[in-house]
Ligand binder design. Structure first.
Ligand code: ADP
Ligand code: MG
Length: 383
């Protein structure tokens, strides 16, 4: 939405002007899946879908928040005293950010917040991180807290981990806070060092959400974490970041089958992230195609987090691309989305193939988003 449109709605709602607008994007991970909590590499890209928050302070220490995505609903709570869960499901994300800011010792006052977003929710594009980062950015500005973008990301992650009880890694919030227009961001999850990686102008990002109903995600996710930790322990290293494929082979007979396969995925996936950075710099489509295909196959066979619907989408799209593009599942697995990198001239063929083949095979309708690499958190004053 245009900033002026949002601030004019803010005026209609609260009867005075907003002092600023905070904007933070959703994201897609190009490659580097299940490497984050093993302190490896990831390569996400911010999208040109974003969440915006118009804001102003108020004198009474109450936070009053509306979302244009949830008309007729609002959340109000005091920043004094303990921050607890409220009635509004989405309002809890705002409470979560306030909870963490207070826990970290920041002084907050009351605020009026109006949210709007074109990030599809629950489609694997991390609308929750976009919300946390945009809210933290708004409060940071409103109360002059002087928080860095890296800490805004960490605050968003902590909000999701401790208040929303979702054990996500740092990737989603960090790319939303630090993304750069036209670039992906290589993140080293060990020390959070980042490197911007230009996305070639003629490369399109197509995200296809399988809409497969995700089940058992949490228990399966935790089991994968335990397998990775077990493998590291038996290799006598603190985390898989400190291991390599040679060490894995030497230790193979001490590991369970699953520990070996999970570790093999993580170690080979880290290398694929580094190779993808090179392939993007060279705009080398055959290399991108092979790297994304190898990532997908490893997620299917070694990490075992794909489902027939996402395997099917990858198959349908690869066939349509006929070697002229790259595709793999992206995100937490057990459903979710696939990412396709191709030239603009291939997009129609991809759409047509998904429309024709996915529903009859899997009984589900896929959503297709053609995206660009957008910018990270931006907080503007409104005059
Ligand atoms: P995603 O994969 O999109 O991050 P999540 O389930 O983690 O899916 O987060 C979606 C939740 O985030 C929504 O149910 C809602 O509570 C909150 N949310 C996201 N965007 C908005 C918005 N624009 N306004 C209010 N709440 C939002
Ligand atoms: Mg989320």
């Amino acid at each position: 939405m245009e900033t002026t449109q949002l601030t004019s709605q803010f005026f209609d709602l609260f009867g005075h002007k907003a002092s600023g607008v905070s904007t933070a994007p959703g994201r897609v991970n190009l490659i580097g899946e299940f490497t984050d909590y093993n302190l490896g590499y990831v390569l996400p890209c911010a999208l040109n879908f974003s969440t915006q928050v118009a804001f102003n302070t108020r004198a009474d220490n109450q936070i009053e928040v509306y979302s244009l995505n949830y008309p007729g609903e609002k959340d109000t709570f005091s920043v004094d005293g303990e921050i607890v869960q409220g009635e509004s499901q989405w309002g809890n994300y705002i409470r979560a950010v306030v909870y963490v800011l207070k826990k970290r010792g920041y002084q907050l006052g009351g605020a009026e917040l109006l949210i709007t977003s074109d990030v599809p929710q629950g489609a694997g594009l991390s609308s929750s991180a976009a919300l946390e980062v945009s809210i933290a950015g708004a409060l940071n500005k409103a109360f002059n807290l002087g928080i860095s973008t890296k800490d805004i990301a960490l605050i968003g992650q902590q909000a999701e981990n401790e208040f929303m009880h979702c054990q996500c890694g740092i990737m989603d919030q960090l790319i939303s806070a630090q993304g750069e227009q036209g670039h992906a961001l290589k993140i080293d999850c060990d020390d959070l060092a980042t490197e911007s990686v230009a996305i070639p102008d003629d490369l399109s990002l197509v995200i296809v959400n399988s809409n497969y109903p995700r089940k058992l995600v949490e228990s399966e996710y935790n089991q994968r974490r335990l397998d990775c930790e077990g493998a590291a322990e038996k290799m006598l290293v603190p985390t898989l970041r400190n291991a390599n494929l040679a060490l894995l082979e030497q230790t193979k007979n001490q590991l369970t089958d699953n520990e070996y396969k999970r570790a093999f995925h993580v170690l080979s996936e880290n290398q694929r992230v580094l190779d993808t950075v090179d392939a993007l710099s060279n705009n080398d489509m055959p290399a991108l195609r092979d790297l994304l295909a190898a990532s997908h196959n490893s997620l299917r066979d070694n990490f075992e987090v794909t489902v027939p619907a996402t395997d099917g989408l990858v198959e349908i799209i690869s066939k349509a691309l006929d070697g002229k593009g790259a595709v793999r599942m992206t995100g937490g697995g057990f459903g979710g989305a696939v990412i396709c990198l191709c030239r603009a001239s291939e997009i129609d063929a991809v759409k047509a193939a998904v429309d024709a083949e996915y529903q009859p095979k899997f009984g589900l309708t896929a959503d297709i988003f053609v995206c660009q690499a957008g910018a990270g958190l931006l907080v503007e004053e409104v005059s």
